[in-house]
Design a protein around this ligand. Structure first.
Ligand code: PAF
Length: 292
């Protein structure tokens, strides 16, 4: 199967690397990373110890059977345009935040599936990705239920990743959103690793942000009562990790605030003061950096 990973940063490279022994994987990312992968292959370290040899470039190949989208949520419109031009057979979003599948679907004729991925990854240097935590991928139709494309993609992913084909992706996306709403902005603003929200001064802010997200989810029809416990569990399981938004702020890059806490604020029909505060602070930081 021809698998294009669009957005081969840390997570995309890990996912593509874990599939590369069983499928014809093509990583689409930035230089110098893709150049090193092309010349020397991709080294997987941490939980894995493997050298793999996917194709790699800055533009997508024509007609891939499957496109796995792993770009930051603010780059989804650009991913949709680029993938629309190469007509993948099926596309799957494995991104943080909400709304990515709908954006991809505006430009793709192919089925667009929803996915969540809890593997941890860090690009240690061009051509080398460290797996900082073995997790799970869930994939399924973006409106829920089951479909032939989802079953087939599940088989493809299961070659290298712990995979579940799920009939309740909308609920799972809300569950993941709550975890990200609780951990990402809080650890980014406080410049602390994920473990700092398990207990201590930041934990109440994180669990309140997750609880607000669960209330908004319930209001639009998805019960994620376990959101607060799950946020603590993920923070404990990834205690040493630097969350993606914290990495973005450290590197001076734009963040995914609009698709995470900002989405909660926009979707809420009642006050969500913790998410509103976190969104305002991260957007203020982005403005100071000239990103908005
Ligand atoms: O965005 C991230 O960094 C991850 O989704 C998570 C779960 C917060 C772990 O770091």
């Amino acid at each position: 199967m021809d698998v294009c990973v669009f957005g081969a940063g840390s997570l995309g490279s890990l996912v593509g690397g874990l599939l590369a022994d069983d499928h014809d994987v093509h990583l689409v990312g930035r230089e110098p990373h893709v150049g090193v992968v092309r010349e020397e292959g991709l080294r997987l370290t941490g939980a894995f110890d493997r050298q793999v040899y996917p194709a790699a470039s800055t533009t997508p190949p024509a007609d891939p059977d499957l496109a796995l989208v792993t770009v930051k949520s603010f780059d989804t419109p650009q991913a949709a345009r680029a993938l629309g031009a190469v007509s993948p057979g099926t596309a799957v979003s494995l991104q943080n935040g909400m709304g990515n599948e709908a954006t991809l679907a505006t430009r793709l004729d192919a089925p667009v599936l929803a996915g969540t991925c809890t593997y941890g990854a860090r690009l240690s240097e061009p051509g080398v990705v460290e797996c900082t935590g073995v997790g799970e991928v869930a994939v399924g139709p973006r409106t829920g239920g089951h479909s032939g494309p989802a079953d087939r993609v599940g088989d493809v992913l299961a070659a290298g990743l712990a995979t579940t084909v799920a009939g309740d992706m909308p609920r799972r996306l809300w569950g993941k959103l709550a975890v990200n709403a609780g951990i990402n902005a809080v650890t980014a603003l406080a410049r602390v690793p994920n473990g700092a929200v398990v207990d201590g001064p930041a934990s109440g802010v994180a669990t309140d942000a997750a609880a607000e997200t669960a209330q908004v989810a319930a209001n639009v029809g998805f019960e994620i009562d376990e959101a607060v416990d799950r946020t603590r569990e993920v923070a404990a399981a990834t205690a040493e990790n630097t969350a993606s938004m914290h990495q973005d702020i450290r590197a001076g890059r734009p963040t995914e605030i609009d698709a995470i806490n900002g989405y909660v604020v926009e979707t809420a029909d009642r006050p969500v003061p913790v998410n509103t505060t976190l969104t305002g602070l991260v957007r203020a930081w982005e403005r100071g950096q000239g990103h908005r």
